[in-house]
Design a protein around this ligand. Structure first.
Ligand code: BES
Ligand code: ZN
Length: 849
């Protein structure tokens, strides 16, 4: 809660804590509204610090007593912690506090979810459990005793002993408090085991509420694959006797990498063919890998302070992307990641919330778990790898693990490792961490006497607080094709370091067609007005799968833009080229499905805005809808046939092959639905035996206005499954006709099963509305007001989820004056709410600018 004027924390103000912690011993006496936490902490003066004032973080704690070396003391309590005098030598701190997990709706610290105790401490939640120096550079071993009647009582590290009503755990690896975890409840486990590369057996468990046992097998396989992959690819072995995963229903984020005890949002671990889509399976595999990979990139080597968050998150996202590419399809993963980057990170970097990958200040760190820190942070690592090459990357990572194991590090440490391993100077590269904004790169080309020259110009528009930008290092992957479609120059990395720079290719027999920024080798906007003919050529011939997709996507975008701007008809030359790709059975169906998906309506709004045209959400929706109808009419001769050819006969498997077939089938079904008014979708709905098909069919029925029967049937079938009901809530809003979306959301928010304090359910309805671009931006502002009402209501209960959802307003300056005024009014209404949380206050203030 907002207690005083918001305080801003600066990277430049970092100083080490005056004390080191040698050991922590915690005893928990569990009770829903009166849990006692008894702490015993061994402190010693930190030789590396000069400031010896003793301050411990603590929030919403009821202190019962405190002692130093056995002597009762009376510390000075403040809103956010306590201070007291301490001796100038090693000493023991002891204290007892009372907390109330049952009434903790913020889901930060120790809280209860469906009768089970669990914790979430990252970033600054441990201070709601006991008094402690809650900062990531203070690392210690932990011993934890849990007392309570719950059948299962878990904490970090290895089990030490247990008896009637108690269990004790010891984590031998020094860790910051944000990695602490405790779980207790009447849980059941799905057990397995793994033998590490040096032959050490590890006990594995996924813990769930009774009834969910049948949804653990896939997650367990993903965990074992992750463990094997990290050994093979990064040489990283697991380091405890046991690895536990717990599924909880109420969780603000996706999952959390607590040492030896990962806690997951149940939506990110529980899976079965009947209840989970292909997309859910892929995400679950990736997130289990992600949290597991943190064991080395995050836990063994952690962050010195929260400004260095990308040190663990950017690197771990990069690692989980490598894993997914290895387990599934590399080009499909890359295309999906770029779609995601453009949908979430680009708007952030080009709007009022723009911040560097390593921010320099914050008020509430929870607001900086952003697409920029995560996804752009991962892109920066990808560029580094491209620049130094595979072998040097491996060498640098080995050095990183070797040199920094057990430490709390900075981006400087990370880059120095690369400089030492490769001899490269990374001074200029480092700008990627400090300068925000998306670079825009234009290209000019010349051709004479067998020499083809590309001249690039880079420019990064100003962002809040950063008016002037320096040229960055850009690895631009380029290949050249002959007019007959053969590749004459295979992919090369052009290393651009200046504002303007030329690269020449000699001894060419004919003027080539360039394929630029292959694999999306840098997170930039490429401004190149290539001709439609060239794009059609690349769509047919590019040997780089990403750029082939990109050529098709740009053609789609241009066709839609022409419709929106000038009412132009659709580009049939592009549609013919697209048809050849979509009907080419030698190509991966997943890739063909991606080719059929055009840019999102929100992305079109951004492009219009950049071209100086005020986007009209209704016109964008109408253009996309008209294109879909046109495609369906034009291709009616083969849609049904191709759909049947890619249909899966075999029993359901969530693998890349089958899910690719289903995604192409879904894209085609959306066209078929236009032609047959939902007949095929209804028949698919009636025979679907897995959630992917069921939800695909349900979505199309809703889109075509024939969803009433399926809505009822789906509800009757799944009303007792929380995760499937989240889908039911979300899709009705997301797939609603824009004119009805707000009303649908409103009606669902009055449904008995709308449990708004559950973040998944809240996001299903309110996030679903924001995903319905034209529906959310309804002209009368009804969408904005409805969302604001709910944000104001949720803020008292759960600031973190409220603040994150505010970011849907970040693109408000794109729209017309009327919509801007309507959004501004809602943002100001939120800002004026009494006792607005620090989280939401910071977000709304930054968005208003
Ligand atoms: N460390 C985070 C989880 C976290 C973030 C907890 C912020 C509390 C506050 C975790 O490793 C993570 O990054 N989770 C992501 C998913 C991941 C696959 C990118 C998430 O929860 O969305
Ligand atoms: Zn993470």
């Amino acid at each position: 809660m907002k207690d005083a004027a918001p305080k801003t924390i600066y990277l430049k103000d970092y100083t080490p804590f005056g004390f080191v912690v040698d050991s922590v011993h915690l005893t928990f006496r569990l009770a829903p509204t009166s849990t006692r936490v008894i702490s015993k902490i061994a402190f010693a003066p930190n030789p590396e610090a000069t400031d010896r004032s003793f301050f411990l973080h603590g929030e919403q704690l009821d202190l019962k007593w405190a002692r130093i070396d056995g002597q009762d003391i009376v510390p000075t309590l403040t809103e956010d912690g306590l201070r007291c005098d301490v001796p100038d030598r090693p000493f023991t701190w002891e204290a007892e506090v009372e907390i109330s997990p049952q009434t903790n709706t913020a889901l930060e610290g120790l809280y209860m979810s469906n009768g089970m105790y669990c914790t979430q401490c990252e970033a600054e939640g441990f201070r709601k459990i006991t008094y402690y120096p809650d900062r990531p550079d203070v690392m210690s071993t932990f011993t934890v005793r849990i007392e309570g009647d719950e059948k299962v009582k878990l904490s970090n590290g290895n089990p030490v002993d247990h008896g009637d009503g108690w269990a004790e755990w010891h984590d031998p690896w020094p860790k910051p408090a944000y990695l602490f975890a405790l779980v207790a409840g009447d849980l059941v486990n799905h057990p397995d085991s793994f033998v590490t590369m040096s032959g050490k057996p590890v006990e594995l468990n996924i813990w769930v509420r009774p009834g969910d046992e049948g949804k653990c097998a896939f997650g367990m396989e993903a965990l074992k694959k992750s463990m094997a992959w990290d050994e093979e690819v990064y040489g990283r072995e697991y380091d405890l006797d046991i690895f536990n995963i717990v599924a909880v229903d109420d969780f603000n984020m996706g999952a959390m990498e607590n040492k030896g005890l990962n806690v997951f949002n149940s939506s990110c671990v529980l899976a079965s063919p009947e209840t989970s889509t292909d997309g859910n399976f892929e995400r679950i595999e990736a997130i289990i890998a992600h949290e597991y990979f943190h064991n080395w990139t995050g836990n063994r080597i952690t962050c010195r302070d929260w400004f260095q968050l990308c040190l663990k998150e950017g690197l771990t996202v990069f690692r989980d992307a490598q894993f997914t590419a290895d387990m599934r399809s590399e080009p499909v993963k890359r295309i999906n990641d770029v779609i995601d980057l453009r949908a979430r990170q680009f708007p952030e970097d080009q709007g009022p919330l723009s911040h560097p990958v390593r921010p320099e200040s914050f008020q509430e760190i929870n607001n900086f778990y952003t697409a920029t820190v995560y996804e752009k942070g991962a892109e920066v690592i990808g560029m580094l790898k491209t620049l130094v090459g595979e072998d040097a990357y491996s060498k640098a990572l080995d050095l990183y693990f070797d040199r920094h194991d057990g430490q709390a590090c900075t981006i400087e440490d990370w880059l120095t490792v690369f400089e030492d391993a490769t001899g490269r100077d990374l001074e200029q590269f480092k700008l990627w961490y400090s300068q925000s904004g998306t670079p825009r790169v234009s290209v000019a080309e010349t051709w004479s006497d067998g020499t083809y020259t590309l001249t690039f110009k880079q420019h990064t528009p100003p962002t809040p607080g950063q008016d002037v930008k320096d040229p960055k290092v850009l690895p631009i992957a380029v290949g050249l094709l002959n007019p007959n479609g053969d590749e004459v120059v295979p992919t090369q990395i052009l290393e651009m370091t200046q504002a303007e720079q030329s690269f020449a290719f000699d001894d060419l027999a004919s003027r080539p067609v360039p394929s630029i920024l292959r694999g999306f080798s840098a997170p930039i906007v490429l401004e190149r007005n290539s001709s439609r003919e060239e794009r059609v050529f690349l769509l047919a011939h590019d040997t780089d799968a990403f750029n082939r997709w990109e050529a098709g996507r740009n053609l789609c975008r241009d066709s839609l833009m022409a419709t929106i701007r000038d009412g132009a008809g659709h580009d049939d030359a592009w549609l013919d080229a697209l048809e050849r790709v979509v009907r080419d059975d030698t190509l991966d169906p997943a890739f063909r499905a991606l080719m059929l998906a055009g840019p999102t309506q929100s992305e079109l709004a951004q492009v219009l805005f950049e071209q100086g045209v005020t986007p009209d959400p209704d016109a964008i929706w109408a253009a996309a809808d008209s294109l879909k109808r046109h495609m369906a009419q034009r291709w009616q001769g083969w849609i049904g046939d191709t759909m049947r050819r890619v249909a899966v006969d075999a029993p359901y498997q969530p693998d890349a092959t089958q899910s690719g077939q289903r995604s192409l089938g879904a894209a085609l079904l959306s066209l078929q639905t236009v032609l047959d008014d939902g007949a095929e979708a209804q028949s698919l709905y009636d025979r679907a035996d897995n959630m992917t098909l069921q939800l695909t069919a349900f979505t199309q029925l809703l889109r075509s206005g024939h969803g009433a029967a399926a809505t009822q049937a789906f509800y009757d079938q799944w009303k007792d499954d929380r995760l499937v009901m989240d889908k039911w809530f979300g899709i009705q809003v997301g797939a609603a006709d824009p004119a009805d979306a707000v009303d649908v959301a409103q009606a669902l928010s009055r449904h008995d099963a709308f449990d708004w304090k559950n973040p998944n359910r809240f996001r299903a309805v309110l996030g679903g509305l924001a995903m319905n671009h034209a529906g959310f931006h309804r002209k009368d502002g009804g969408g904005y007001a409805f969302l604001a009402d709910w944000l104001i209501r949720l803020d008292d209960k759960n600031p973190q989820t409220t603040a994150r959802m505010c970011s849907v307003f970040q693109t408000w300056k794109r729209y017309d004056a009327d919509r801007q005024a309507l959004i501004r009014a809602q943002l100001e209404r939120i800002k004026a709410k009494p006792n607005l949380s620090r989280d939401t206050d910071e977000m709304v203030t930054r968005i208003l600018g």
